[in-house]
Design a protein around this ligand. Structure first.
Ligand code: ATP
Length: 341
């Protein structure tokens, strides 16, 4: 396949640990990036059948991305949802340092994946984000939608739109799935100043989501996760995510223990949840989930730090990056934002 290779400077907002460039003005926010885009052979040989999979191009960053990002203030640029700077955390009991300066910026509309060896700190990072009691934060900052996440209780974090799946989902004896989802849904509405939704109306909202996950509707009557298989628990978590419509979903190893069919259902459901206004952070050991959910960025974690970030320029993500670039250029040259015509 022919390759069109070009070098360009694009703003890169996701971060790694070793740089802390200012993102205030345009020259400082630009990073030399080499992008290899496979030319689309189907365009020139239109009689050939089209492949089902989208063409993917990989961009290799030659300069680390900045720890900071200020895109929310730029005209038309995707809003920064999560901004983690130099985050350090220890295990409360032993004082052992696990996170040694994590930097990560996630904009709305992006899918980020964190990969890394066993024990590199991936799950600790996600648990620290949701405020797990086992860890103490010893340095750095975390802003979620411009609010200091580290000052919030775990429950508040979910109310402001952070959702996390668990490697081992919890069982809640005596509470049906339906009641649990209904309660969580109304709690979120209350947090947004909206009136509660009655059970009947909620039922009509939730059943299409159950169907889209290839789940039996009877499943709603069963107690939360009680007696569920591993795959059912994972689907149930994605159902919770779909119902709660989180702004940022952290999916910690949702692929572990799933067979191919369940993996596809879960991946399809996650893809179906993505909008230009929310984001997903996937934590995984395996590439296989990323074959079904296209990440915008893949980060590699080692010894409690993100040591490498790769931009995956599949068509949807590429559009997102181009939009960011345009917004940065317009803002720096004091142009009004582009309008749809
Ligand atoms: N609550 C805890 N108590 C004791 N040790 C812990 C705790 N949490 C994390 N650790 C240790 O911190 C290190 C990082 O663990 P973490 O679960 O974050 O790694 P991971 O990258 O998610 O690994 P895996 O891919 O195996 O899930 C490991 O050595 C682990 O044993």
């Amino acid at each position: 396949m022919a390759l069109l290779t070009y070098s360009s400077t694009i703003p890169f907002s996701s971060s790694s640990s070793s740089t802390s460039l200012s993102s205030r003005r345009f020259p400082a926010t630009l990073f030399r990036t080499h992008v290899s885009v496979p030319l689309n052979p189907w365009r020139f040989r239109s009689r050939l059948p089209r492949p089902h999979a989208p063409l993917r191009a990989k961009a290799t960053l030659t300069v680390d991305s900045p720890a900071t990002g200020d895109a929310s203030s730029r005209n038309g640029s995707p809003r920064v949802l999560l901004q983690v700077k130099d985050l350090k955390a220890v295990i409360k009991e032993s004082g052992q340092e696990i996170l040694r300066g994590v930097n990560l910026t996630i904009h709305e509309g992006e899918v980020h994946a964190i990969m890394g060896k066993n024990g590199s700190g991936k799950s600790t990072f996600s648990k620290v984000l949701v405020g797990h009691q086992d860890y103490d934060v010893t340095g750095g900052s975390v802003l979620f939608k411009d609010q200091n996440l580290l000052e919030m209780e775990p429950e508040e974090r979910s109310h402001v739109g952070l959702f996390m799946s668990f490697q081992i989902p919890v069982e809640i004896p005596g509470v049906s799935n339906f009641d649990f989802l209904h309660m969580a849904f109304n709690a979120r509405r209350k947090n947004h100043g909206l009136p509660p939704v009655e059970p009947l109306e909620f039922y009509s909202l939730v059943t299409p989501k159950v169907a889209s996950l290839n789940m039996n509707p009877k499943f709603l009557d069963r107690n939360v996760n009680e007696g569920f298989s591993g795959g059912e628990k994972k689907r149930n978590e994605i159902l919770q995510l779909a119902v709660l419509e989180a702004d940022l979903a952290i999916l910690d190893e949702i692929d572990s223990g799933l067979d191919v069919d369940a993996l596809q259902d879960v991946a399809n459901a996650v893809n179906g949840l993505l909008t230009p206004n929310n984001s997903v952070l996937i934590i995984t050991h395996y590439q296989r989930l990323l074959d079904y959910i296209n990440p915008s960025y893949v980060h590699i974690m080692e010894e409690g730090m993100i040591v490498k970030t790769e931009l995956i320029a599949h068509p949807r993500a590429l559009m997102h990056h181009l939009k960011s670039l345009l917004a940065v250029l317009l803002a720096d040259y004091h142009c009004p934002p582009l309008k749809r015509v």
